[in-house]
Every structure is written in C-alpha cells, then in structure tokens.
Ligand binder design. Structure first.
Ligand SMILES: Nc1ncnc2c1ncn2[C@@H]1O[C@H](COP(=O)(O)OP(=O)(O)OP(=O)(O)O)[C@@H](O)[C@H]1O
Ligand SMILES: [Mg+2]
Length: 476
C-alpha cells in the first residue's frame, strides 16, 4: 500500500500560547532555583563541619587540660560519640598527639581543610558538596584546621555518613521549598502575562477568525479596549482594518450582484434593441417631416445602446474597457450629448445648453467612451438643476481647449453644487448617491473611462456657485 505523502507533524509541545508560556516560566524559574540550591547545600555542609570541628575543639580542650591519670576511662569514647568522630588529634610544634581514638582507620579517603571563605573556596565547596552527595556515605574523612582558642591545629577523623545524611535531609527540604517557590512564581508570572498579553492576543485572534468566517456581521469587528500600549494600538489598527475591509466587501458584493443583474438584463436587452433598431430604420422612410428629422437620431441612439450592451458583456469578460482611439472632434460629441438629453432649448423652463467647445478642436480618443463620460456628467447636472426655482439661471456648459499635449474639457452647471460630505468619495462606486433613483455609479464609470485614456477627472473647487468637472486627456 502506498503511503500518503502528507505526514502528520508529531505534536510534542503544547499548541496554545498559554500552555507554552506556563511551561517556559516553570523551566526558567527551576533553572534559577539551581543557582540557589547548590550554594545553600554547600554552605550547609561547611556549617555542619564547622559545628563538629568546634565541638571537637572543646572536647580536645578538656582532654588536654586533664591529667591523663585522672581522665575517666569512658570519657574519650563519650567525646568521640558526641563529636561523631573516630579520632581527635592535636598537632602543635611539629608533634601530633592523639587525644581520643576508637579504632584508627587504615585509609583516609578525603581531606577537608576548614579555610577562610573566598570566591575560590565557594566554588570548591560546591564541588565538594556535590561529591559528598554523589560519592559519599561510607568514606572516612579527615577534617583539619587551626584551632580558634589555642595555638595549634586540630584534626578530626570521622565517617562522612552522618554528614551526607544531614545534607540529604537538608537538600530535600530546600528542594521542596524550591519547588513550591518556583510553582508559585511561575503561576504569578503566568497569570500576569496571561492577563496583560495572552488574553488580548486571544481576543484579537478570535475576532480575526470570527471576521474571516462572516465579514458582513458588524459584531465581528473588534472593539478596541482603549489601552495606550502596543496591544491597544494593534487593537485599534485591527478594528480600523476590519471596518475598511467590511466596507470594501459590501461594495464588492454590491458590484458582483449588479454585474450579475446587468449581465442578465443585457442578454435580453440586446435582442429588444435589435428589433427597435429595425423599426426605427423603417421610420426614416415616413413622410412626416418631424419623424424624418428625428428618425436618424433615434437610430443612432439605439445603435449606441446596442453597442453598450455588447461592451458590457465584453467588460465582464476582460475586466477593463480598452479604448479604441480615433481622431475626433469633441464639439460633435457634445452636440450628440445635447441631442440625446433633449437639450434643444425648447420650452420656458428649459435648461440653457451651451456647447462652447471649439468646432475645430481635435482629440485622439474612443468616441463611445468619451460620449459616455460627457453624458454622465451632463445628466448629473440636469438632475441637479431639475428641482430648482423657475426664476433661477439654469445653465449647462461644456468648454474645451488644448494646452500643449493635453486637452482640457470643463463641464459646468449653475446647480446647487455638490454637498461637502459626498465630495470625498465622488468617484467611488455606490458611495455617493443621495439622489432618489440614482445608483452612485455614473461618476465612477466616467472616472474609469477617463483613466483608461491615461487622463484624469477632478471636481473644480473655485468657490463659484454650481458644479464644474475638469477632464484632462492626452491629445494624441
Ligand atoms: N452636477 C452636479 N450637481 C450636484 N450634485 C451632483 C452633480 N454631479 C453629481 N452630483 C452628486 O453626486 C452623486 C453621485 O453621482 P453619480 O453620477 O456617481 O451617481 P448618481 O447620479 O446618483 O447615480 P447614477 O449616475 O449611477 O444613476 C449624485 O447622487 C449627486 O448627489
Ligand atoms: Mg449620475
């Protein structure tokens, strides 16, 4: 049977950050305890030896002072058992005197000199303590050093078994206290870190997971705790990012839905427009002069609409409308826009339409796309001026001029102007429409069409009443 190439990783360490932190804290505290444990055991050993040495010195004093004839026979033995030694020897002026002995051992395995404390002595004492704990127990040792009260040196010969037993009992106690201490310290450090670090991190990671699952749900956006440290800043940034992402997601979803709806409508609209084009063609042969005059415009408009439906489908596939540039006169395009929007100046309340584009000005651009840009801007202007008082001036004007390699086109109206609050996102789809029946797409489309021409579109803010949009396009 073939083995799966994906191997599961062995999980030897705990996965959660809290568990790792707890383990690490305990290990670090225990490691620190070792540095306390060894010196304290070594110190205990020296204290134990010094205590026995002092007792031995007191015993040697009584034995030396008494007349040997008067020493009770069992006294040396008693003193030996009191000091837990096998022999007490005094060395003075180059001569040794055995004051008390049970059975003098044949071999002495270790010599311990009680010396003044120092750094080297401290290190040596730790090595010796470790040696006693590991190797000791049935060894005979010789403890020697200068006497405190009298001149000369005292020497004690003893088994190291009682010393090792006392050290083991002491070490056991120290170990227990160290364990309790490291557990307690570990717990406190762990709880503090958990409260200040792990908990907020966990909260952020939960918020991110919940947000990834359902970005539409506003309750999944993290609420910053208001802390003024790095965690607080991260929470704040995360919250801002989630809000932004939610906005983009909603916008994308609206765009996707719209795209789907447009595709469906387009599909059927193409057929309807094809038959409308056929009918309007036949209208041209009618006798009525008005019909004769309007029929070609109608045919042009319908053809244009049919072309759009095709372009929308192409756009859906390619994702970008590539301009098909030709040398054209914007004056004529403007005239077409005016005709399409029925800006013929007829009627009392008609909007004044001024096509101030020089008739001989030429530009290299896609006629359909430029037409759509101007149509969107002019339609917005008309909509804005529709509700205005009959006495007020209602004028829509398009101007253009060439400035070096750039053609500047200005579309201005005498309407109410663009509200400050929507001006910032004017060219972003679905963000601006406060108009009933508007989708908020027109300016976004216009901006994109200008962009694919390597041009720019801006709202002119010159303090004048009304609205002016300025388009800059490369002339060639
Ligand atoms: N000339 C203007 N005067 C006043 N307000 C304007 C003008 N042009 C645009 N606006 C404001 O900008 C908003 C966005 O315009 P845009 O063309 O993007 O969308 P829309 O006209 O609302 O909808 P759509 O064009 O998709 O049908 C409008 O709703 C309107 O409030
Ligand atoms: Mg519009």
């Amino acid at each position: 049977m073939q083995r799966s190439p994906i191997r599961k990783r062995k999980r030897t360490l705990p996965r959660s950050l809290s568990a790792k932190l707890l383990l690490l804290t305990i290990v670090v505290v225990m490691a620190t305890e070792v540095f306390i444990f060894m010196p304290s055991v070594a110190n205990y050993r020296l204290t134990w030896l010094a205590r026995h040495f002092n007792t031995g010195e007191a015993a040697s004093l009584s034995l030396e002072k008494l007349d040997p004839e008067l020493v009770p026979p069992d006294m040396p033995q008693q003193l030996l058992s009191l000091t837990q030694t096998q022999a007490i020897i005094v060395r003075r002026d180059g001569a040794s005197r055995i004051l008390a002995t049970s059975a003098m051992p044949e071999e002495i395995e270790d010599h311990v000199m009680l010396e003044a404390p120092g750094r080297a002595a401290a290190v040596r004492s730790m090595v010796d303590a470790l040696d006693t704990l590991i190797n000791g127990g049935d060894r005979i040792i010789r403890v020697y050093g200068p006497m405190q009260e009298r001149p000369g040196e005292l020497e004690l010969v003893m088994k190291d078994e009682p010393l090792r037993a006392a050290m083991l009992s002491y070490a056991g106690n120290v170990l227990l206290i160290s364990l309790a201490l490291s557990f307690f310290t570990g717990l406190v450090v762990f709880l503090v870190l958990r409260w200040f670090l792990i908990r907020p991190l966990q909260r952020m990671s939960d918020a991110m997971l919940a947000f990834a699952r359902d970005p539409e749900d506003a309750s999944n956006v993290i609420e910053p705790s208001g802390r003024d440290d790095e965690i607080g800043v991260t929470e704040e940034q995360l919250s801002k990012m989630q809000v932004q992402l939610r906005g983009t997601f909603t916008q994308q979803k609206a765009l996707a839905n719209l795209g789907l709806a447009v595709s469906k409508i387009n599909h059927d609209m193409r057929n309807i427009l094809a038959s409308a084009s056929l009918f309007s063609d036949r209208l041209s042969s009618a006798e009525d002069p008005l019909v004769k005059r309007l029929a070609p415009r109608l045919v042009r408009s319908i053809d244009r609409a049919a072309d759009y439906t095709k372009q929308v489908l192409d756009y859906g596939k390619a994702g970008e409308a590539v301009p098909r540039k030709v040398l054209l006169r914007p004056h004529r395009l403007c005239r077409d826009v005016g005709e399409t929007l029925a800006l013929d100046g007829e009627g009392d309340d008609a909007i004044e339409w001024v096509n101030a584009v020089p008739p001989d000005l030429e530009i290299n651009a896609d006629p359909d796309q430029l037409f759509r840009v101007l149509l969107n801007l002019c339609r917005n202007a008309i909509k804005a001026m529709e509700g205005m008082d009959a006495a007020s001036v209602r004028r829509l004007m398009v101007m253009a001029n060439r400035d070096g390699d750039t053609v500047l086109i200005e579309v201005s109206d005498t309407g109410p102007g663009i509200p400050e609050d929507i001006a910032e996102h004017l060219f972003t789809a679905f963000k601006t429409s406060d108009r009933k029946g508007g989708t908020g797409l027109g300016l976004a489309i216009a901006a994109e069409l200008v962009r694919v021409h390597d041009g720019s579109i801006d709202l002119l803010r010159d303090g004048q009443p009304g609205t002016t949009f300025c388009i800059r396009l490369p002339a060639t």
